[in-house]
Design a binder for this molecule. Sequence first.
Ligand SMILES: [Fe+2]
Ligand SMILES: [Fe+2]
Length: 370
Amino acid sequence: MSELVSPIKVGPAKDVLLLHDGSPFAKTVARLLALDYRLGGHNLERDPAPAAVSAQALVCCFSRFRSRYLAGVRALAQRFAAPPVVLLAAQSSQSLKLVEEMPGTVCLFEPLNFATLKQTVKQALNTGAEAAWSKLQPQNRQALQASSQSFQSCFAASARGEPLPVEQVFAACRAVKDSFAGANFGEWLSALQLHHDRSYRHSMLVCASLTQFCQTLGVRDADLERVTVGGFLHDIGKFKVPLDILDKPGALDATEEAALQRHPSFSRDILLAETGLDPSIIEMAVQHHENLDGSGYPDGLTGEQISDLVRLTAVADVFTLLTEDQTRQAGRTPEAALEVMANARGHLDLELVRRFRAFVLDGGADAAAA
Ligand SMILES: [Fe+2]
Ligand SMILES: [Fe+2]
């Protein structure tokens, strides 16, 4: 099986380590965080000397911060790349001391805004993930860092209604494409899996599988670069979909699903505003949810109206959607996902699915000949 579909799951056993005082406030926070993250916990009220637990971010949650907690928090905080996120039911002079002592510490007080809490914890987690990238081979590290920075720049530009940083995106995609030529793609994928921004992770997984698949089909040079950029930008319109829909654990209701399905139209608005973008890149973003039988969206295109490159993008996108981990739920195995795709007559191009299956299960060389 190729490395592409069997990333080695390395990284911390837990996402978040929660230091707490066993209070009802801490229990409520623990329940909320456990909806999204693998959570480890330690009660400082019972035991002031916590053992180190492998996790990406430290969250401290106390009904009231007491000075006797300080040594335990201090001892663990130095193991994390990001300063702790501190959640308190009430402010106290001791809590101010904690914030003073650990610059960058984010302190949130009851009543907590759940969206702010999630966003703050996610930022701490991603700081941890990107710090772990420092151990990668230089080419992989630079490619991932460049792609993450470009993705954030695109998000910021889109939020401000400004043009996308297209040159930065092309440079990052060139670094990503070149990094695939390196020997250790498993390392690249494992490092990507540590990141907690679902949209970024998904876009990069599609970008990676599409680029590598197209390479096995003989696409090269500037054509391959366009494929990589198209994969990177294929869901750019999701920046306009509310985060609580994008990050919702479990199934969406009909209204949320309709909001999500607007993302290809948003992509069209964003990308058509750019000058000099190859039309094939825009088509990949706008049309990858079209189905051959006309049942897709946003335009209900059929058969010949859908280009080969868009069909390839749809195959890589569906495979990624089926295999990637959802919140608290592992994705399908590659074999199971390919089985589902092989039965998607009328939706996907089954000849491309067959070739993609050969690429995934037997490695690159067989796909071109399949
Ligand atoms: Fe999409
Ligand atoms: Fe997608």
